[in-house]
Design a binder for this molecule. Structure first.
Ligand code: 6LW
Length: 534
């Protein structure tokens, strides 16, 4: 078995893993993207398949109005008494780091929910609100049958450092609410930014695993242990269990926010989030991804990487060759979206798209502008590599300049490149690119346009690391017409941002349709191809 990290390529951060018999399940965060939470399945830890997106009904999740990089953070997946449990945060407010500067208050809104299901791909329950005291909830099911909720405690008060430690409180699963008192069990280490708690019981010890250092280059997996549940917890004598901090040579960067699982053979595996910057850059256009590697328990009862160097590994086992490039051609012949696709925020997808209005086509209804925090018609998928091409076929007849539809490379409202078909001043149909750039607030650019004839039009994006180019091909044409400009793909990354704003997702590539005239003019898409050029 060869494991190539990241095992979940493209925006899949904050992994939580559980094993039930021979089946491993991995839950990752989805933020403002809908449906909420992705759960992948594997039997060998190498090959993973998306098997569930549990939060999909209006009664479960409504992300409309959630700011960029808010929404569903850090789901924690567990299994107890024959049932899967999922706790997660819906972040409703983030804003800039503090209101009133560093000495000001940091007002944010984190709501933690619990859902459950007897089957991983079953109909998950409606959520039960547990608390709102901070983010990164996790459940610990003790062997006395009691369950406990952990989360990081958010301290909004001036000068308190915002991260107030790890708190626990008992969850009465039968009654469906927290009971007893809330207690801080761990204040963290000097690395700070203590979050992402998970608790395990082994050899008479309670082992606490947390993320520290913040999710950028100082990120780390940190462990502490105690003989008693409420602590005190003694940090690992070696420091972080795994980190790429101060190791720019490490094959994976930003490694942190981990979770542990034991194989049937008794090997302990650590899964964690990581970032892969573009070569010769610090920019992660694919966002934070998920990696995994085996660990070992020392004679002293502490967990370490196999080499004891606390470093991430690119592969487990000798990888003779690179994995084959993905070539995914999706048409829209089915009644549901192909599984790789998601949309933004709304639990009412029928308001933005239809797969039945024109059989064999995906119809996007012209709604709000790209970047709207409410109802924008944008359906997209994660790119998984630094080089890829994406192509679609569009049937669209705009009547005025306020109507636009096409192919978009999208990070969030502050950064995207949108190749769209619209109408010029003389009423002619044309293709042009609207770019909104993250570094100069509100700066956007519209490229030079190319004329487009009647009928359907094929649209193509080709991304090669930092460079993006767009092409169009009219009905009956053999050759692509490439727009004269190229565009900065690396601006669509976690790192290219105005200061103080959250950038926790990653680039998506997909289809969009907006109608600022309010007519709701639809655009029809026949297929979507995602091709990793080798
Ligand atoms: C997540 C926190 C983190 O809740 O970033 O890197 C937050 N760690 O644990 C969003 O992914």
């Amino acid at each position: 078995m060869i494991i190539r990290n990241p095992i979940l390529r493209g925006f899949n951060p904050d992994p939580s893993i559980v094993r039930v018999g021979a089946d491993y399940y991995l839950a990752t965060s989805t933020f403002e993207w809908f449906p909420g939470v992705q759960i992948h399945h594997s039997r060998d830890l190498a090959d993973w398949r998306l098997v569930a997106r549990p939060l999909h009904r209006p009664g479960q999740l409504d992300l409309r109005g959630d700011p960029d990089s808010c929404g569903v953070w850090a789901a924690d997946l567990s299994h107890a008494d024959g049932r899967f449990h999922l706790v997660y945060t819906d972040v409703k407010r983030y804003g800039r780091t503090t209101v009133g500067g560093a000495a000001g208050v940091s007002l944010r809104d984190f709501h933690n929910y619990w859902v459950w299901s007897d089957r991983i791909d079953g109909d998950w329950s409606d959520p039960v609100h547990l608390n709102s005291s901070g983010f990164d909830p996790a459940l610990f099911h003790d062997d006395d049958g009691r369950s406990w909720l952990l989360n990081m405690l958010w301290d909004h008060r001036p000068g308190r450092g915002r991260f107030g430690g790890i708190v626990v409180q008992e969850l009465d699963r039968a009654a469906g609410h927290l009971i007893g008192e809330r207690r801080v069990i761990f204040d963290g280490t000097p690395l700070g930014f203590t979050e992402g708690p998970h608790l395990y019981k082994r050899d008479g010890w309670y082992h606490l695993l947390v993320a520290e250092g913040g999710t950028e280059r100082n990120h780390a997996v940190v462990m502490a242990r105690s003989r008693t549940f409420f602590g005190p917890y003694e940090p690992h004598p070696d420091g972080p269990v795994l980190t790429a901090k101060d190791r720019p040579d490490a094959p994976l960067q930003r490694t942190g926010h981990g979770d542990l699982v034991d194989s049937p053979e008794g090997t302990t595996w650590l899964t964690y989030l990581c970032g892969r910057p573009l070569p010769h850059s610090d920019r992660c256009t694919l966002g934070r991804e998920t990696a995994i590697q085996p660990m070992r328990w020392g004679e002293d009862g502490w967990l370490r990487t196999l080499d004891g160097d606390a470093l991430p590994v690119a592969t487990v086992g000798s990888a003779a060759s690179e994995s084959a490039p993905a070539r995914e051609r999706d048409d829209f012949a089915g009644a549901v979206l192909p599984p790789a696709f998601q949309w933004l925020r709304t639990p009412y997808p029928e308001q933005i798209f239809s797969l039945s209005a024109r059989p064999g086509w995906l119809r996007l209804h012209g709604r709000e502008t790209i970047g709207s925090h409410f109802t924008q018609a944008l359906v997209a998928r994660r790119p998984l590599a630094f080089r890829y091409a994406a192509e679609t076929l569009l049937d669209y007849a705009p009547a005025n300049f306020q109507q636009a539809a096409g192919l978009v490379c999208y990070y969030n409202a502050t950064k995207f490149h949108f190749l769209h078909i619209t109408v010029g001043d003389a009423g002619e149909r044309l293709a042009q690119v609207l770019s909104v750039l993250p570094l100069e607030e509100g700066v956007s650019a519209v490229s030079r346009s190319v004329a487009v004839g009647e009928g359907t039009v094929a649209l193509r994006a080709e991304v090669d690391h930092e460079q993006l180019r767009f092409g169009v091909r009219g009905e009956g044409e053999q050759e692509w017409t490439w727009l004269p400009e190229t565009f900065a793909a690396d601006l669509l990354s976690d790192e290219a941002t105005l200061p103080g704003l959250p950038n926790f997702t990653g680039t998506f590539i997909g289809m969009a349709c907006q109608d600022m005239s309010g007519v709701g003019l639809p655009a029809d898409f026949r297929y979507f191809h995602y091709l990793e050029e080798c």
